[in-house]
Design a protein around this ligand. Structure first.
Ligand SMILES: Cc1cc2nc3c(=O)[nH]c(=O)nc-3n(C[C@H](O)[C@H](O)[C@H](O)COP(=O)(O)O)c2cc1C
Length: 342
């Protein structure tokens, strides 16, 4: 085993002794400190002479950081320098909020999975905006937005519009997260009942902002792996109608039966990591059939090896994102994947 892999294992065994949410904050706070001072530019993204041009943006490689890892943009020195092709910050909401009660992140080590019930805990869009203003960019930075838990589903679009206005000038792309299982009723935005009005309102604001800032900011929709086939067809039709630029397939699943470790069966929250891999792949394949090359597909869900990354690309993903794989396998995984999937 390579030295860096053995060291990471040792580090992981130690940090996994802490509760999952504490481990995440402690790891990132210390990594951010190191990257700010000594390690800057250690893992600069494997850049190419011909970067991936998608949605009008240049991606130095196909692998991105999934939303939720750095919700508030507090660890940008770290994110910016670990060899990724793009970074997605958020989910942020208009107002800061605590989220659901703790404990709300669990690891199922047997499954190489995380179960999270966070509920959009974040410091609010203004905090993210302040952090973003300070940073130079090594790759595109997307911003993932959502609604406050106190906002009704009928008025959800107003929260997204508010966030769009705040971050439009700073975002390389904007992701509309309608798929967290941890905010009550949020996933109803997938159904045509709400989706049509929602996208209509979003596109209206998007057009106003494009005109105001004379800047094109691609819109991306992040969807649930638990969507029914029929709803997926309608959703894809609507994404084409409203000229959505990209789709992230997928967020976490509420299907706990996918876990080997049955002790989490009754936990609230969404499952990420290995158990999600096949389920999210089916969606990528179906979306590709429905939208062809008209919408960029970002494949997320259970990437834990270079082989799993290659499989998502072969099913139709144009770009990739990971979260749980990074927690379990560390920065070496980024290197392995980006070498294989330029
Ligand atoms: C602890 C945790 C927090 C997350 N928070 C968010 C979030 O705020 N917004 C979002 O769109 N997705 C969030 N996700 C979902 C990830 O972005 C990703 O879509 C999902 O975990 C599947 O990828 P993975 O299997 O590589 O982790 C979160 C995932 C985890 C594990």
């Amino acid at each position: 085993m390579k030295l860096s892999k053995s060291l990471f294992r040792l580090y992981r065994n130690t940090i996994f002794m802490l509760p999952a949410e504490t481990a995440h904050s402690v790891s990132l706070a210390s990594a951010e400190f190191l990257y700010k001072s000594w390690l800057k530019n250690m893992f600069i993204a494997d850049r190419q002479s011909m970067p991936n041009k998608l949605m009008g943006l240049s991606f130095p490689n196909k692998l991105g950081l999934a939303a939720g890892f750095d919700k508030n943009g507090d660890y940008l020195n770290f994110d910016n320098n670990i060899g990724l092709g793009f970074i997605e910050l958020g989910t942020v909401t208009p107002k800061a909020q605590y989220g659901n009660s703790k404990p709300r992140i669990f690891r199922s080590i047997k499954d190489t999975a995380i179960i999270n019930h966070l509920g959009f805990n974040n410091k609010g869009v203004q905090h993210l905006k302040n952090n973003l203003q300070l940073i130079e960019r090594n790759q595109p930075i997307g911003i993932n937005i959502g609604k406050n838990s106190s906002t009704t589903i009928e008025l959800a679009h107003e929260d997204y519009q508010y966030c769009m206005k705040e971050i439009f000038s700073l975002a390389d792309y904007i992701t509309l997260n309608i798929s967290s299982p941890n905010t009550s009723r949020l996933r109803e935005l997938h159904s045509d009942n709400y989706l049509d009005t929602f996208l209509h309102e979003i596109k209206k604001t998007h057009a106003e902002l494009t005109k105001k800032y004379k800047k094109r900011v691609p819109l991306v929709l992040k969807i649930s792996p638990d969507i029914q086939d029929n709803d997926l067809e309608i959703l894809c039709r609507q994404m084409l109608n409203y000229e959505i630029d990209g789709v992230i397939a997928t967020n976490t699943t509420i299907d706990k039966n996918l876990l080997i470790d049955k002790s989490y069966l009754n936990n609230k929250g969404g499952v990420s990591g290995k158990p999600l891999f096949k389920k999210s792949n089916i969606l990528i394949k179906n979306i590709k059939n429905l939208v062809k090359d008209n919408i960029v597909i970002v494949g997320a869900g259970g990437i834990t090896s270079k082989e799993s990354a290659v499989e998502k690309l072969s099913l139709g993903a144009d770009l990739l994102q990971l979260y749980t794989g990074l927690v379990y396998f560390g920065l070496d995984l980024i290197k392995e994947i980006t070498r294989e999937t330029k």
